[in-house]
Design a protein around this ligand. Structure first.
Ligand SMILES: [Zn+2]
Length: 251
């Protein structure tokens, strides 16, 4: 699943390619036609934003909302150039002056009227973006404290608490802060919660710049880089997403 860093990189790539251009729009795949993506044809792309795992392309009073989930993607190509995927699988093609952005797959691609975004069930409930220029840590702590019985690893994935953290940075941030992801939020101090969130933000901002993910514990491919002990892994939370941690360093 693409996490917030990947989405922010995609937003920057799309912004550089198309913002300010009037786009020619096609929806080769029926999924794109069902979303009536062609309504954007002839409109100017005003801005591209990311919020957590969501991409928002602003076209005047219409916004294109994309959530890539496990298998969605956006590609940017020279206009009219070859693609790495079949044309028929593209949900949306946004062709600008010199480049075109092509969207494939994922759980969400839809148009939302700007005046409905604030009440939109998918967008209005999102918590603060972990990569926002001005991060409101107090608001995130308040949301975390609202469900004190929850384990930290589970709560960090809740996009209504904090938007953008996924399974990789859940595990990596807890390790970096030396906090056990299985502890209940109620048993964690504000300093510990701030350390985990700060680590997630720092690691994700680094990944935005480098475009690479380097793992200390995620996927447990190597022993712990600190104590050289075995990394543990187990499904956590309602969605049973695998958490990786070092029982010695995070004990
Ligand atoms: Zn260790």
């Amino acid at each position: 699943m693409a996490e917030g860093d990947t989405i922010l990189r995609a937003a920057r790539r799309l912004d550089a390619a198309l913002t300010g251009d009037t786009v020619t729009v096609a929806a080769p795949n029926p999924r794109g036609r069902a979303a009536r993506i062609e309504r954007l044809d002839g409109r100017r792309l005003d801005a591209v934003e990311s919020h957590g795992k969501n991409l928002l392309l602003r076209f005047g009073d219409l916004t294109l909302h994309s959530h890539m989930g496990m298998n969605g993607s956006w590609h940017v190509y020279p206009r009219g150039g070859p693609w790495r995927k079949p044309r028929g699988s593209a949900w949306a093609v946004l062709a600008g002056e010199t480049r075109e952005a092509v969207q494939f797959g994922g759980p969400t691609l839809r148009l939302v009227a700007v005046d409905r975004i604030r009440r939109d069930p998918q967008l209005a409930r999102l918590g603060p973006d972990i990569l926002a220029p001005e991060l409101d840590l107090d608001a995130i702590l308040q949301s975390l404290r609202a469900e004190p019985g929850r384990t930290l690893g589970d709560a960090l994935l809740d996009q209504t608490v904090v938007a953008g953290i996924g399974n990789i940075f859940k595990s990596e941030a807890c390790f970096a802060a030396r906090v056990d992801p299985w502890r209940a939020v109620a048993n964690l101090g504000d300093d510990e919660l701030r350390a985990v969130l700060g680590a997630a933000r720092a690691q994700m901002l680094q990944a935005v710049e480098s475009g690479r993910h380097t793992y200390a514990v995620y996927r447990a491919r190597r022993p712990c880089p600190v104590c050289h002990g075995r990394i543990s892994s187990r499904g956590q939370g309602d969605a049973n997403r695998t958490t990786y941690w070092c029982p010695r360093c995070q004990g």
